[in-house]
Ligand binder design. Structure first.
Ligand code: GDP
Ligand code: MG
Length: 350
């Protein structure tokens, strides 16, 4: 899964990127550099399982982060849209808002970025309608006519300053929109970037964005990017001490990653063997057979049964043997819907 970081210039995008990735890209500069990183999804369930299984290695789920410039932050006044095509490839967006400067106005900044996303989609639609109309003139192709109708529907929706996430269309129509990679069709995580002083009353921002995130596929969280960036450079002991001093329970970056995961409807199931304890990313609602395919298509094809232990049972009882003795070891068929945190072993035959 790919997450794109967007926001006004100087809102803390690269700071948050560094905090999440542990990279040390220059902050506070106006260069239009693009940064990429693969980030491990923190998951202490893997660490706990590892204490039981003692594996050779632990493999976390991964997310790709892209810190890409392109938004002017000028909202409707934007004249040149320079939104990088890389951003269009993202599965979800994280919008970083400046709430640390003395004259910060995160709500207004959010509106500006949303306006810019709407503008970008409008431009994309206009170009495509034009191109298709030309084709219709020569071919009178029926599918193309339908496509234009759908694009016009989107156009009207955007003119009302609404995001395409919320447009009321059929699933098939939504599928046919996918290839345009519209900016306003992506799930959006708002990240309010607080100053060091405001970190203790972060909740005051919750109400500010409550309305915006009440629709589906939108989430918010707040953090202090600057502190988070320092946290990630510390070793575990120092980090724990620093966090206690600041009254932070878990690094906010973990929350960011978790929330992006939820936004996309992603969950993980776990495998726990001696060679490796590992998290596997699936979509909510995947059957056991489909989930097996994430490991290898052979396991999906030759699926026989899934041996499933609930994570909590595994930890509480302390071993596979004890789980079996307690009658909590389950054999599930291919239609079983895998849950977040299921510890699974697939039986298969190829
Ligand atoms: N006080 C404070 N300053 C921050 C915070 N996050 C970023 N900054 C500062 O804001 C400036 C811009 O940050 P940067 O990450 O480069 O923003 P970008 O242009 O969006 O990538 C830098 O001088 C940062 O040190 C924060 O949480 N608190
Ligand atoms: Mg930057």
């Amino acid at each position: 899964m790919k997450l794109g970081i967007i926001g006004k210039p100087q809102s803390g995008k690269t700071t948050v990127f560094n905090a999440a990735s542990g990279q040390q890209e220059a902050v506070g500069d106006f260069s239009k550099a693009t940064h990429r990183a693969i980030i491990k999804v923190p998951d202490d369930r893997l660490d706990k399982l590892a204490t039981i299984v003692d594996p050779k290695k632990i493999t976390y789920a991964e997310i790709e982060f892209l810190d890409a410039p392109g938004f002017s932050g000028k909202g409707k006044e934007s004249t040149e849209l320079e939104i990088s095509s890389d951003l269009r490839q993202m599965d979800a967006l994280m919008l970083v808002l400046d709430a640390f400067s003395p004259d910060a106005d995160p709500k207004a900044d959010m509106q500006d970025i949303v306006d810019e996303m709407i503008l970008a989609d409008q431009v994309m639609i206009e170009t495509n309608i034009e191109r298709r109309n030309k084709r219709i003139k020569t071919t009178n192709d029926k599918t193309t006519i339908q496509e234009v109708e759908l694009l016009k529907k989107c156009q009207t929706h955007l003119e009302e300053e609404k995001l395409l996430i919320d447009i009321d269309i059929t699933n098939d129509e939504r599928k046919s929109l996918r290839s345009y990679m519209f900016m306003t069709e992506k799930p959006l995580l708002i990240v309010v970037n607080l100053s060091e002083e405001k970190i203790s009353n972060a909740s005051e921002y919750d109400s500010l964005f409550a309305d915006f995130i009440s629709s589906n596929k939108r989430e918010m969280t707040s953090l202090c990017g600057k502190i988070e960036m320092e946290l990630i450079t510390l070793d575990n002991d120092d980090r724990a001490m620093f966090m206690e001093e600041l009254g932070i329970k878990s690094p906010a970056v973990d929350v960011v990653v978790q929330k992006s995961y939820n936004l996309l409807g992603l969950i993980s199931y776990l495998t726990a063997g001696e060679p490796e304890v590992r998290a596997w990313t699936i979509r909510k609602g995947f059957t056991a057979q489909k989930s097996a395919g994430v490991i290898h298509s052979d396991i999906e094809r030759g699926f026989i049964r899934a041996e499933v232990i609930k994570y909590d049972d595994y930890i509480e009882l302390g071993s596979e043997k004890a789980v079996k003795a307690a009658g909590k070891f389950r054999l599930e068929g291919k239609e079983y819907i895998v849950c977040d945190g299921d510890v699974v072993n697939f039986r298969f035959n190829v």
